[in-house]
Write a protein of this length. Structure first.
Length: 163
């Protein structure tokens, strides 16, 4: 049975596609590609159908990640098929938890940086959209730092299903 993870930011062109690409690479490296499905979406539909921001693509490619992406808006109906919904900041977390149709679905929503033990108290990944390349590079660093903890949590669930 496939374990499904969806990363969510505002427009699905910067942070969430970056997290999707990085985490998909970690899942593949861990040999879990056949067991874990990774995608992303935005809380809004402003960029639906667009590719990732060119700065996101540049930072991903410079660091050896794939960047094939088409933006889409998160849909309420997806909760039933998702195992984990990863919000990139506290605003997304609140919006997604309000959207969740059941308490069980609300429990599926987590902040990405909550999986980074070194993150401290500020668990938001800042939106790099209105800044320069340094914001996109910082976003990648935060995503990469949280990925091992997230992978460990997902692996635990996947192995628990297989047992």
């Amino acid at each position: 049975m496939t374990y499904r993870v969806c990363f969510v930011c505002t427009g699905n062109i910067c942070r969430s596609p970056m997290a999707e690409s990085v985490f998909r690479a970690r899942v593949e490296e861990a040999g879990l590609g056949d067991l874990v499905e990774v995608d992303s979406a935005g809380t809004g539909g402003w960029h639906e159908g667009d590719g990732a921001d060119p700065r996101t693509v540049a930072v991903l490619e410079e660091n050896g990640y794939g960047s094939d992406h088409t933006a889409r808006q998160f849909q309420l109906s997806w909760f039933s098929r998702l195992d984990l919904v990863i919000a990139l900041d506290s605003g997304h977390l609140k919006a997604l938890r309000r959207l969740a149709p059941t308490p069980e679905d609300e429990d599926k929503v987590r902040l990405l940086r909550s999986y980074d033990p070194a993150a401290g108290e500020d668990l938001d990944v800042p939106d790099p959209y209105y800044g320069g390349m340094d914001g996109f590079e910082e976003c990648l660093e935060m995503v990469e730092a949280a990925s091992p903890g997230l992978l460990a949590a997902v692996r635990e669930h996947v192995e628990g299903r297989a047992a």
